[in-house]
Design a protein around this ligand. Structure first.
Ligand code: AMP
Ligand code: ZN
Length: 114
């Protein structure tokens, strides 16, 4: 989608600090980090949210989850712990309508989130 920020990052039109890549996903650093580790894992294809990506099937969500774990390992937070968040809808704070997993770690994360 031409007007989608994350599609433009996939295409390389908008720069991002890439951390990991796989066939169907891309991971890059969040521009406004909320924790020492704050990486976004996105699908290369455009899906507006988690449910739409789930409907795509074919193991796409498994790949997102596996890549989140690989990001955590690469960042050295897999053993201390990390959080994976899919904000879905405006009241949950979703601002980019292209599915993305926030991978957060490197500090104690409060619960419940604010
Ligand atoms: P959400 O609010 O859950 O939709 O998450 C969108 C995230 O994208 C926010 O945490 C933003 O800081 C992040 N973000 C927005 N623009 C960029 C960008 N150009 N590069 C990296 N992260 C971005
Ligand atoms: Zn998109």
């Amino acid at each position: 989608m031409a007007d989608c920020l994350f599609c433009q990052i996939v295409a390389g039109v908008i720069p991002a600090t890439r951390v990991l890549e796989s066939d169907r996903t891309l991971a890059f650093r969040d521009i406004n980090p909320q924790a020492p580790t704050h990486v976004l894992v996105i699908t290369r294809e455009h899906y507006p949210n988690l449910a739409a990506a789930a409907q795509a099937g074919g193991g796409l969500l498994d790949e997102l989850a596996s890549q989140a774990q690989r990001v955590a390992e690469a960042e050295g937070v897999d053993e201390s712990g990390y959080r994976v968040v899919f904000n879905t809808g405006s009241q949950a704070g979703q601002t980019v309508w292209h599915v993305h997993a926030h991978v957060l770690g490197g500090r104690a994360l409060g619960w419940p989130p604010g």
